[in-house]
Design a protein around this ligand. Sequence first.
Ligand SMILES: Nc1ncnc2c1ncn2[C@@H]1O[C@H](COP(=O)(O)OP(=O)(O)O)[C@@H](O)[C@H]1O
Ligand SMILES: [Mg+2]
Length: 306
Amino acid sequence: MVQSVVSINHLQKSFGKFQALKDITFDVQAGEVFGFIGPNGAGKSTTIRVLLGILKANSGQATIFNEDVWQNAVAIHNRIAYVPGDVYLWPNLTGGEMIDFLLKLNHQKHSTTTDELIHEFELDPKKKSRNYSKGNRQKVALIAALSTAADLYIFDEPTSGLDPLMEELFQKHVLALKQQGKSVLLSSHILSEVERMCDRIGIIRGGEIIETGTLEQMRQLTRTQVIVQAKQSLAGVESLAGVHDFRLDSHVTNKAVFAVDTTQIGQVMADLAKREIVTLQTTPPTLEDLFMHYYNAEGAEDHDTK
Ligand SMILES: Nc1ncnc2c1ncn2[C@@H]1O[C@H](COP(=O)(O)OP(=O)(O)O)[C@@H](O)[C@H]1O
Ligand SMILES: [Mg+2]
């Protein structure tokens, strides 16, 4: 049986009259990297603050390691490492002192791993925190979290402010955590990051989870792009079930570009085969396409009316 490390059920949270979380339900399973993805203001950080016991939910349940996040925050904290999106450091401490301080808070010790991480992330640990850029502050928190032995790692948009090489380094470390069987909750608005690292993702919009599943499952919900050339004419393909945005080449009738609902692709390919395919190129939807699919589906009156 799959074991849930994080379990969130119909969570709601309001700030005064504003309901930041309307209905949040998802699980993070043991040993998986779960991507929590959505645009700014969707409610990612609020959800994470509830998980950390910093904010109290108005209703719904949230547990980590089967313990209530509000009642048992202290016990839970001993087994998790957390990196906020906006890292606050004490200005008078150096980066190195700050890392050790963060480790101490988590009952951890500075280890050779810590030194290796400082080296890998190219952080100068002797500088005072007040002189660090956003990226360097982010590195301090990442180094402390990655050298913490925890069961669950929670990263809230951890790579904002990091350059692409450092982002890649971060991804490498997250995959290493996964290989050790650790669980990771990663919030992000960077689609490629989530696509590369996450086993499952949850899409949040306006305080609600609008979809949860593997990338493969989500891809089933959208369209595949097809570019095809056949020996015979492609006339009539446009009226097959699931075919959209069909465009014939302007000069010949045996070349076309179209989109097909991923669920209908089998039937459409069978039809194309009868027309003797010469070349065929199919492009599965990217996470970005998926994202647009969901974000256009509501609230955009003049788009995606299909
Ligand atoms: N302490 C707060 N008081 C009032 N509104 C808040 C507070 N924290 C967050 N919000 C609002 O809740 C919504 C969700 O914010 P947040 O969880 O930070 O989104 P995300 O992390 O996805 O960008 C936003 O509209 C934000 O302005
Ligand atoms: Mg946030």
